[in-house]
Design a protein around this ligand. Sequence first.
Ligand code: ADP
Ligand code: F6P
Length: 328
Amino acid sequence: MAKSIKTIGVLTSGGDAPGMNAVIRAVVRAACANGINVKGIRKGYIGLLTNDFIELGVKDVADIIHTGGTFLYTARCEEFKMVENQKKGAEVLKENGIDALIVIGGDGSINGARRLLEFGINTICIPCTIDNDIGSTDYTIGFDTAVNTAMQAIDKIRETSTSHERCSIVEVMGRGAGYIALWCGIANGAEDILIPEKYDGDFDGLIKRLVDRIILNREKGKTHHIIVNAEGIGNTYEMAERIEKLTGIGTRATVIGYMQRGGSPTAKDRMTASLMGAYAVKLLSQGAENRVIGLRNDKLTDDDITDSLHMYKDIDNFMYEVSGIMGR
Ligand code: ADP
Ligand code: F6P
């Protein structure tokens, strides 16, 4: 028989994502509705090691559903990768009377949660990262907002590129995952997208293919050439320099960067955050242990943490094909 849950902890960890505040709000409000106390842990796993806990009630999460960032703060905590610190974190949770922990973050944060289970801590993870790179879910909170931010920036770059008849290389985020680049590629009507899932590591070969396409497109009468580059594929500035030299066409590089991580979450991110936050609490009240929440085919799902970390999500090949056809 699972232990009844009286107090839960909640933390945000890893790269922040629009919608993190909406998840914390949903967790707190759902918990309060079920008579469960909530303690917020600040600065991700750092707060576990430094005992940085705050009580959270209904009013403490007022007026945040529409805000970016995370009011609990987030962090990358290298020390937490050491077993002795994971053990210490588990002890601190127990000392604070925490019966279960809700971890809001990306795959690294889920990995951290899995380590805690080895020290008897029950965790429920909520996928929240702009990268959308968690295998057990079709969707991670923050992705939609980030894509819309990048899309709006690329629309602007497109206008100036057309006016000057230039080529533009725009780098978007994604740390080893091409989802933001793929979505922008289609939504912005980019001529080319470069994503890690389809990159063979041959940078010179890639430059040659791009140069050939840019020249061919110019001959066909295209006035601009937009390349959306997922971070991690070569150096965007070097790429622009080499392309300009080889084509004779003015080429500019833009790295959109951290703009993509901030901003007011879209309706989709607020909705997903609210549903996943409430679902995490529902699972805990039903006695669930060590789950990662997800969305598959638009339905809420939950998988065992260890299983989730072994799941892999492929880029949708048809989407990739479409991006190629549309950019001709
Ligand atoms: P994200 O959750 O956005 O993927 P990171 O990969 O940076 O971000 O992970 C966030 C934090 O999760 C790390 O700084 C660390 O504290 C914790 N973490 C990541 N991997 C592990 C691991 N293998 N063991 C323990 N903790 C980990
Ligand atoms: O995890 C989200 C992400 O935005 C990645 O796309 C990016 O590589 C990384 O975080 C950069 O984050 P930071 O500079 O904060 O470590």
